[in-house]
Design a protein around this ligand. Sequence first.
Ligand code: PLP
Length: 455
Amino acid sequence: MNHISMDTGVEVAVLNDFDILFPAKEDLSLPYRQLFPLITNAANTPFHAILPHRIKENINSLKQVLSHQLGAQFQVLYAMKTNRSAALVKAAAEEGIGIDVSSLEEFQLALTQGVNGRQCSLSGPFKSEAFLTLALRQEARIVVDSDEELLQIQCLASSIRKSARVLLRWNAEQPHTRFGMNKEKLKAASLFADSLSNIELEGAGFHLSGYCPLERGKALSELLDIADALRFGADIRWKAINIGGGYPLRYVEEATWRRFQNAIDKEDFAAGRMPKSFYPYWHPDTMETAVEKVLKEGGNAARLKANRIELIVEPGRALTDGAGFTTFEVLGTKTTNAGDYCVIVKGLSFSFSETWFNSEFIVDPLHLPVSEESTDSFIPVRAYIAGQSCLEEDVLTYRKVPFSQMPKAGDLLVFNNTAGYLMDLLETRFHGLPIPNKVVLDNKEDSFLIEEVRG
Ligand SMILES: Cc1ncc(COP(=O)(O)O)c(C=O)c1O
């Protein structure tokens, strides 16, 4: 583990058994270390760092793959539920992509950050009247979850004399989802939508859980079959198909992921609380190769082009790869009655949410001591990390993380690559604590901006 003194910025190489076991693919915080004293002073801790230039890189790389396969017949949406940072949404707007919005508040934020309303797409099982009304006025696409919702939207659209641009959500035959319609309902809803005034049926879409490109490819082929059947059987022409999100990314290198899978065991977790499964922190595919596979399957790319159907993709997590990190400050350390070391940080695990999903963020945090000490005095330890609240479950990582010296009050712990669902999904003002600031860092590495805090 390399320790970098916050006082001097001097790097001290320390190598022993307690070195970082599972390093991040990239230390995103490294270029900004000289700003840390200023940031912690101005933004307090914990803070989330947002790197908008990184989402731009990801957007461009995805666009490249799609345009190579489909020419101009595609649309990329950023699924804002992943991270509601205004800076990320603004970066998406600057790259000319749209936003998948799931609430009036997300939609309003997208519009204020310069996203074109027609490039937004609404998702969710039922949407509020205010949300739908704004969508109708802005001519956003609405992904309709059920025939019941379709009728509701039609009533609203006709009452304000607007036309709703509609995609119907297919459940892709996933038995355990409450979202979307099965094939029969989807076909019936297509015929029904086509017959309704104030409804412009543009196509259909799905979102699958998991990250398998082959499953997505097969689902897209099936949807293209339905599109063919509707075209030949009822002269209904779809203009667009939305294949949702769920593209992989790599938080760690392959060797690290394999080592993690082989080396980890119950003993490595406080109270033996090892999750049953982990998010795939490394995946054989990247976002780009996954999209290529989806399009290759069953000749999907050629079928989309031949039928002039626009492909919509709405990744969340994969677009935020590398677009942020989270820093906590140590309040103190203790030995629990079970004999484990526990590091308590200022703030809550709601700002780093993995354990709340019965999982664990496998990437080791970086430890930045507040002051330099002689390496002779280092006593390596393994410690788990908890938040400052009175909740037993307020734990950032049950895994006993290796530290080459025991963290102490004022030290910082940096968790890399947290922009995807880890930062703000669960944040609350529990105990009256403030919601952590988001600090926007650009690639010039010499300044920062504090984003307005949203609830
Ligand atoms: C409808 C829809 N689209 C897109 C996404 C984004 O998925 P991911 O972050 O896995 O790319 C989600 C995530 O839940 C979703 O429900």
